[in-house]
Design a protein around this ligand. Structure first.
Ligand SMILES: Cc1cc2nc3c(=O)[nH]c(=O)nc-3n(C[C@H](O)[C@H](O)[C@H](O)COP(=O)(O)OP(=O)(O)OC[C@H]3O[C@@H](n4cnc5c(N)ncnc54)[C@H](O)[C@@H]3O)c2cc1C
Length: 315
């Protein structure tokens, strides 16, 4: 059976959910081989095995952590070169996409970014032009290098015993041009990462600057908080949380838009969400056209009521 290279994202030593999703998708094409750019903690190897990776390749060259993306692309190109995989899957993060692009150039293979599904023939589904079109795409040259948006699929276990193998690579001087001189960890909010969260609650201009109901509902659901550009430009929420064309693209199982009109630039960042709920006091707001469930009402009354009901049912 053909092998599919899955590039692993470790978050503080643990395997991130998007990687488990990649392993699930990779199994449709062939045997997943996980590649970790760094040391592989024992627990991480176990998780990778649990989701179908029988081989885990550990690339531990110190340059990988000291420089920007170039050494990662070089290392992956060497691993892929010796493995000859049927496809390479990465997560659609900013770094994942940059590494994927460089890797595709090095391998002389086609690249597909931001897939929302991957099929057994390594073709993909993508949502393009601000979600106005859904396309099926396949690479015509070489093994496809594919980045997949988080939440594309529910991770499904397929237990294997993972064997960890250390792989040596050679990192060129050219790839060491941009060294990382300082790293500041992001302040933990206790909420999931916006682009990976299964549930996102976003607030817009309709919050009037009061994000407390948005955060309260998000916390009752274990969700991430997002914001429209109008809310961000007003200084009500940091830009890192902006959803949309000039913000982050999210694709959660559930997206709750509160006090957001549904401008095309906002939709561009959330239209591939599996279910969309809109809370807006204007029954004519465009967001209702794409909502699976619409609530016409004042978010300052609706959101706390929903949060209270969620808490009541959980207790
Ligand atoms: C090049 C470009 C890039 C852009 N990129 C982005 C982007 O990345 N992300 C983004 O979001 N926008 C982006 N925009 C801006 C976008 O066009 C809209 O202006 C913006 O999304 C509007 O934000 P909003 O829906 O919060 O505000 P509004 O459009 O003002 O809508 C506010 C909504 O809140 C409702 N409301 C008011 N009070 C309440 C209440 N108490 N309870 C319930 N509902 C209430 C109103 O009925 C209204 O529908 C971009 C624009 C441009 C030109």
């Amino acid at each position: 059976m053909s092998q599919v290279l899955v590039v692993v994202e470790l978050v503080e030593g643990t395997v991130g959910k998007p990687t488990l999703e990649l392993l699930t998708l990779a199994r449709r094409i062939g045997d997943p081989v996980a590649v970790v750019l760094g040391e592989v903690p024992e627990a991480a190897a176990e998780w990778l095995g649990r989701y179908g990776a029988s081989r885990v390749l550990a690339v531990t060259d110190p340059a990988l952590g000291q420089y920007l993306v170039a050494p990662k692309a070089e290392a992956l190109a060497q691993v892929a070169g010796s493995l000859g995989p049927a496809a390479v899957l990465l997560t659609s993060t900013a770094e994942g996409k940059e590494v994927a692009a460089r890797l595709a150039v090095k391998l002389g293979c086609g690249l597909i970014t931001d897939a929302v599904d991957v099929h057994a023939d390594a073709s993909t589904t993508q949502s393009v032009f601000a979600g106005a079109y859904t396309v099926r795409a396949s690479v015509t040259h070489g093994a496809p290098v594919i980045t997949v948006k988080p939440n594309a699929v529910a991770p499904e276990p397929a237990p294997e015993t993972a064997t960890v193998e250390t792989v040596q690579v050679t990192i060129s001087d050219a790839a060491r041009a941009a060294r990382i001189v300082d790293v500041q960890p992001k302040q933990a909010s206790g909420r999931p990462e916006l682009t990976e969260a299964a549930v996102v609650v976003s607030g817009g201009r309709g919050t009037g600057g009061d994000f407390a109901p948005v955060e309260q509902l998000a916390d009752s659901l274990g969700a991430a908080v997002g914001a429209s550009r109008a809310a961000v430009d007003s200084g009500w929420y940091p830009h890192a949380y902006q959803v949309g064309q000039t913000g982050k693209a999210v694709s959660p199982q559930l997206y709750i838009a509160a006090g957001i009109s549904g401008a095309i630039q906002h939709r561009a960042g959330m239209q591939t969400s599996k279910a969309i709920v809109a809370v807006n006091k204007d029954a004519e707001a465009p967001i209702f056209a794409l909502a699976d469930l619409g609530v016409v009402g004042d978010l300052h009354a609706v959101l706390p009521a929903v949060a209270d009901e969620v808490a009541r049912r959980r207790s």
